[in-house]
Design a protein around this ligand. Sequence first.
Ligand code: PAF
Length: 278
Amino acid sequence: MKIIKTINELRQWRKTVDSVAFVPTMGNLHAGHLALVREAHQHAENVVVSVFVNPLQFGQGEDFAAYPRTLQADAEKLQNAGVAVLFAPDDKELYPNTTQAFNVEPSALQNELEGKFRPGHFRGVATVVLKLFNIVEPQIACFGKKDFQQLVVIQQMVAELNVNINIVPVDTGRADDGLALSSRNGYLTETERQQAPQLYAVLCNMKDELQKGRRDFSQLEQQAVEKLNNQGWQTDYVEIRRRSDLAHARPDDNQLIILAAAKLGKPRLIDNVEVDLS
Ligand code: PAF
């Protein structure tokens, strides 16, 4: 596996191969990322993984400085996973100017759900992903469904800007007790880690209620928020949305998704559960 740190070197390597699948990450790789790499191998001869903690997508007071940077351990995992290139640029390489003047402006969806609590986050994500796409020039790119809103923003970006890359969604990796795998799980204390699967359990319970026929979405959402808050969480949102575009769900929609974000102590976790009512 090559470890490449500059855009120039990546472009030189890219000229030597045809078929490339891409997995963008912020590093601190876990089994969920490795599932993305396995999926990428199904689609192309060469898999490129980027590791870059993107300052543009972190707001003030968020964990940019504290975000775990574990490049050496990441490189070992990627080498074992048969990756052709690990692209690990530094901040200056991707953002040589002090400000990023040109940005990708996602649709109004960027201000809902996660975007309501993380202003500017999806502009930062879309901008770095388009930059990485322009550098790596893959035919396909894999994105985890755990960050479902991010997946939809990227799908909308490639559709509306005619980016010729096939976006492949990959199911969320989970621990045995249901907790969605995330680099941020490392922030949980031992007690919080025990409690953390409650978020997924509450979403699964809502899914059961929907499958039994309930369509009182607001009440279901409110009950879930109360349940989490009574268990000691500080819930930012629990919302039932239409899966294809994350519009507000209507009672006759049958492909739904329940999305949630909540804090357990300091760490903030997100998760979602897909619901098929057809
Ligand atoms: O999902 C992530 O890890 C990041 O948002 C991404 C897609 C690598 C962009 O920085």
